[in-house]
Design a protein around this ligand. Structure first.
Ligand SMILES: NC(=O)c1ccc[n+]([C@@H]2O[C@H](COP(=O)([O-])OP(=O)(O)OC[C@H]3O[C@@H](n4cnc5c(N)ncnc54)[C@H](OP(=O)(O)O)[C@@H]3O)[C@@H](O)[C@H]2O)c1
Length: 339
C-alpha cells in the first residue's frame, strides 16, 4: 500500500512524504478497507509536529478520517456475531492511519456511507456530524422556534451545526470571518449572517432576534463565550465545543448569573467510554437527517486535492484558514480515482 508514514516529527505538512509499505493484515475482529478519500483535521497538523495529546510510537501513519470500500470482513467477532458490513460495502470511519490506500480497523469505528453520498462527502462526517448533533440536540435541547447562533459557521463542525439546527426548526444566525464563508453558511441554510471580525457583531446578532431578546443557543467552536453572552437570551444555553482561536477563555461568572444562562460543555469523543449508548441515539438521529435530505455533505469544493501526494497541500490550506467545510483528499486506488 501507499501511505504517509511519519518516522520523525516534521516542521510542517510540506515535509510529508508518501511511502510504499506492506498492506496491513487485519486482526480476526478487524476489517481491511480500501481508502478512497481521507479528510483533514487541524489536529493532524499538531500530530505530525509532535504537539497533539495523542502521539503514537514511531513510525505511524498520519490522518484520522476516511471513507472507502470493505476489502475483507472480520473472520471472528466476539460472541460469534455476524459482521455488519460485507466485502464491497461503502463505509466511512475514524482511526489512526487514514492518509493511506488501506487501513485495518474495528467495526465500532465504521459507519455505512449514507445513500447517494460521494466518498469525499462521507470522509468528513465521522467527527463533525455527531459533535454538532450531540451538542445541539443532546446537550442544548434544541427545539423548533429557537434562535441559534453558530460561530465559525463555515468550518467543519459549524456547517454541520447550521444544517442540524435548521432541520430542528430553528432560526440560524451564522458568523464567520469573510464574506465568502458567510455566503457558504447561507448556502447550507443559515437565515442570517454576521461577520464576527466586526467589533459590534454581538449587537448585530441581538438586533436580528425578536424584540432584541438575543439567541437561545450559542454553538461555540472558537472560544467566544464571554462576548456571546452579550447577545444570549434569558435562559439561553452556550455550548462550549472548541477553541479554534487558540486561547482557553476565562469567563466572569457574575455574568453567567446575571444573564441566567447555562454554559454547557461537549466532548463527543469521550461518549465512547462514558456513555456509549448515546452514540447509537446520535448516529440514528443523524441518519434520519441524511435520509431526509436535510443534511448534505460539506466537502470543500473550491479546490480539488487528488492523491496522497496532495495531503501536505491540503493540510497547509486548512492551517491557513483559507478553506471551508471539510478539506478532503481523494485517494485513487490502483492508479485510478473511483470517486
Ligand atoms: N468538543 C468536541 O467534541 C469537538 C469535536 C470536534 C471538533 N472540536 C473542536 O471544534 C473546533 C472547530 O473544529 P472544526 O473541525 O470545525 O475546524 P475547522 O473546520 O478548521 O474550522 C475552524 C473555524 O474556526 C474559525 N477560526 C476562528 N479563529 C480561528 C483561528 N485563530 N485560527 C483558525 N481558525 C479560526 C475559522 O473560521 P473563520 O475563518 O470564519 O473565522 C474556521 O473555519 C476545533 O477547536 C476542534 O478541536 C470539538
Amino acid at each position: 500500500m501507499k501511505a504517509i508514514q511519519v518516522s520523525q516529527y516534521v516542521n510542517g505538512p510540506e515535509d510529508l512524504k508518501v511511502a510504499d509499505l506492506p498492506t496491513p493484515t487485519p486482526k480476526p475482529d478487524q476489517y481491511l478497507i480500501a481508502i478512497h478519500a481521507a479528510a483533514t483535521n487541524f489536529f493532524d497538523l499538531l500530530q505530525i509536529r509532535g504537539k497533539y495529546q495523542h502521539q503514537p510510537p514511531f513510525p505511524w501513519v498520519s490522518g484520522s478520517e476516511f471513507s472507502g470500500v470493505v476489502l475483507k470482513a472480520p473472520s471472528s467477532l466476539p460472541g460469534g456475531r455476524t459482521p455488519k458490513f460485507k466485502v464491497g460495502d461503502r463505509v466511512f470511519g475514524g482511526g489512526q492511519g487514514a492518509y493511506s490506500t488501506h487501513i485495518a480497523i474495528g467495526e465500532e469505528q465504521l459507519r455505512p456511507v449514507p445513500k447517494g453520498w460521494s466518498f469525499v462527502d462521507a470522509a468528513g462526517i465521522y467527527v463533525t456530524g455527531p459533535t454538532s448533533y450531540a451538542g445541539l440536540v443532546v446537550r442544548a435541547g434544541i427545539k423548533a422556534g429557537d434562535w441559534v447562533l453558530v460561530h465559525a459557521a463555515a468550518g467543519g463542525v459549524g456547517l454541520a451545526a447550521v444544517q442540524i439546527a435548521k432541520a430542528f426548526g430553528a432560526t440560524v444566525v451564522a458568523t464567520a470571518g469573510t464574506q465568502h464563508k458567510l455566503d457558504v453558511a447561507r448556502s447550507f441554510g443559515a437565515d442570517h449572517t454576521v461577520n464576527y471580525r466586526e467589533a459590534d457583531w454581538a449587537a448585530q446578532v441581538k438586533k436580528l432576534t425578536p424584540k432584541g431578546r438575543g439567541v437561545d443557543i450559542v454553538y461555540d467552536p472558537v472560544g467566544m463565550v464571554a462576548e456571546s453572552m452579550k447577545c444570549t437570551a434569558w435562559n439561553g444555553r452556550i455550548l462550549v465545543v472548541g477553541f479554534a482561536a487558540g486561547a482557553i477563555e476565562k469567563v466572569a461568572m457574575n455574568r453567567v448569573l446575571l444573564k441566567n444562562v447555562s454554559i454547557v460543555g461537549l466532548h463527543w469523543g469521550a461518549y465512547a467510554t462514558n456513555e456509549p449508548e448515546m452514540q447509537t441515539v446520535v448516529w440514528d438521529g443523524l441518519y434520519k437527517l441524511f435520509d431526509s435530505g436535510k443534511y448534505r455533505g460539506i466537502g470543500y469544493t473550491d479546490k480539488e486535492y487528488v492523491g496522497l501526494e496532495s495531503v501536505g497541500e491540503a493540510l497547509k490550506a486548512l492551517g491557513a484558514r483559507d478553506t471551508w467545510g471539510k478539506v478532503v483528499v481523494k485517494v485513487p486506488q490502483d492508479g485510478q480515482s473511483k470517486i
